[in-house]
Design a protein around this ligand. Structure first.
Ligand SMILES: [Ca+2]
Ligand SMILES: [Ca+2]
Ligand SMILES: [Ca+2]
Ligand SMILES: [Ca+2]
Length: 486
């Protein structure tokens, strides 16, 4: 039998992987050998005729959430070489029927004589030539997870190639994920300020992020630092018609665990002194009466507590205090050599601890601000009987208190994430006033009378320990400190 008389059929397959939202980095080569059908039988090809199928051109590692081109699945089919004249007169690629006909595009630089798209298949005829490449791009939108087979048929029996396409689950990312900086509280849990938007969804596929059971964990421990820490957000799920095509894992960002920062008059000169607490519970206080030379005191801390300060014994010296997780306040009283006392509970479930002299008797009053903005204040002048306010509320705001109008009564305040302070002024029947943004990105808010004019001054403490204080005596012009680290 003459080998040249009847070309032999050859079938081989090559696997191609496409992830939703990700292009694999590998190229797969398939070489077919065998006798060739030639345009001119008189011209004999070299023995090996190469046909390769390659997917993707951009290297992306498995841990990379970037999706350079989530919408295109590229087949590149090259054949021939610069010295070989071949003729594949008919080209057919059959693909899954659930791909829309618009899914197929042909490379613009090809010398197709004709192209047809008949839904589920794209076909064409190509001119005789050398070094030809066929590029077919299909959009995986609508494709379900699974394996598919297609076939490229040359029009001559010896060049049938089966192409297997595996559609695998696509890893999604989040654009705009923000976890709040937090004050040191001895645990690793943070709060998500914004989940942002899903990244990597193909086309118009419907995928919805579900965050009901999400949590944010500072992965490398609960300790504060002047450097940002890695935070993993887990427990998120996906819903929506096409959710099964995707997964969301290993979502992470960075945020700060900040040293607790407080302001109080610890030395009795009527000027507020910045203070910060180290993880040991030892406080470092920058005393105004000593040129802001720092001194250390304590430890004044109970694990897991919120840390604050106020003059609870009325001797005009600030007393370190904490609100513990069960609502008991532990206070170190200046008038008795910082003897530790416990009182309360002064507590609202989920509430934030604040203190100030709300009734003007010169004794600090414990307070807790619920998530809905209702303040509950235990008044020293009424044997610490609680009163509750109407909601004094700014969405996502931090609570603070100080005597901003100088009438001797502490005024509740809420500081929005854009730095605008809303202050409910005691001297104006607690009508709210709003400031311009007094802002340090990601900073903690503090209030104290740093310039001694009897009006509380707003302050913000950046994660790196720099305090910015807007001084009431200077028309609220800001001053900044050197970094204060405990
Ligand atoms: Ca005191
Ligand atoms: Ca009081
Ligand atoms: Ca006031
Ligand atoms: Ca002041």
């Amino acid at each position: 039998m003459n080998n040249n008389a009847m070309p032999s059929a050859k079938n081989e397959s090559v696997a191609m992987i496409h992830q939703y939202g990700k292009t694999t980095a590998t190229k797969t080569h398939l070489f077919l050998s065998g006798q060739k059908y030639l345009l001119s039988p008189a011209r004999t090809l070299i023995a090996a005729f190469g046909l390769f199928v390659a997917l993707g051109t951009t290297a992306v590692s498995a841990s990379d959430n970037l999706a350079p081109d989530p919408t295109n699945l590229n087949f590149t089919i090259g054949y021939g070489d610069t010295n070989t004249i071949v003729c594949i007169r008919n080209f057919v690629l059959t693909v899954p029927a659930d791909v829309s006909p618009t899914a197929y595009l042909l490379g613009a630089n090809q010398s197709w004589l004709s192209v047809a798209d008949s839904g589920g298949a794209v076909s064409g005829t190509i001119a005789t030539g050398t070094n030809k490449t066929i590029i077919v791009t299909l959009l995986p939108e609508g494709l379900s997870i699974g394996s598919y087979s297609g076939k490229i048929t040359s029009g001559v029996a010896w060049l049938d190639v089966t192409v297997n396409v595996d559609i695998t689950v696509g890893e999604l990312g989040l654009d705009g994920l923000i976890v709040n900086n937090k004050k040191y509280d001895g645990n690793v849990w943070g709060t998500v300020f914004s989940y942002g938007t899903l990244r990597g969804v193909v086309g118009t596929e419907e995928v919805i992020l579900v965050t009901n059971n999400a949590s944010a964990e500072f992965r490398h421990g609960a300790y504060p630092s002047s450097e940002a820490k890695l935070v993993y957000v887990s427990g998120m799920t996906l819903s929506g018609a096409n959710a099964g095509n995707y997964s969301i894992n290993n979502i992470r960002t960075t945020a700060y665990i900040m040293y607790p920062s407080m302001a109080g008059d610890f030395d009795g000169d009527r000027l507020a002194d910045p203070a910060m607490m180290a993880t040991s519970g030892v406080w470092k206080i920058w005393l105004s009466s000593a040129g802001y030379t720092p001194v250390t005191a304590g430890p004044f801390y109970v694990a897991g507590s919120a840390v604050l300060t106020g003059d609870f014994d009325g001797d005009r010296l600030a007393d370190p205090a904490v609100m513990t997780t069960n609502g008991i306040w532990v206070i170190w009283l200046s008038s008795v050599s910082y003897l530790q006392v416990a009182t309360g509970p002064f507590y609202v479930a989920g509430g934030v601890a604040v203190t100030g002299d709300f009734d003007g008797d010169r004794f600090a009053d414990p307070a807790a601000v619920a998530a809905n903005g209702v303040w509950r204040i235990w008044m020293s002048s009424a044997r610490y009987a609680p009163v509750t306010t109407s909601p004094l509320y700014v969405a996502g705001g931090a609570a603070a208190a100080g005597d901003f109008d100088g009438d001797g009564l502490a005024d509740p305040a809420a500081v929005a994430t854009n730095g605008v302070w809303t202050i409910w002024m005691s001297s104006a029947s607690y009508a709210p006033v709003r400031t311009i943004p007094l802002y340090v990105a990601g900073g903690a808010v503090v209030a104290g009378d740093f310039d001694g004019d009897g009006l509380a001054d707003p302050a913000a403490v950046a994660p790196n320990g720099v305090w910015t204080i807007w001084m009431s005596s200077a028309r609220y012009a800001p001053v900044t400190t050197i970094p204060l680290i405990p």
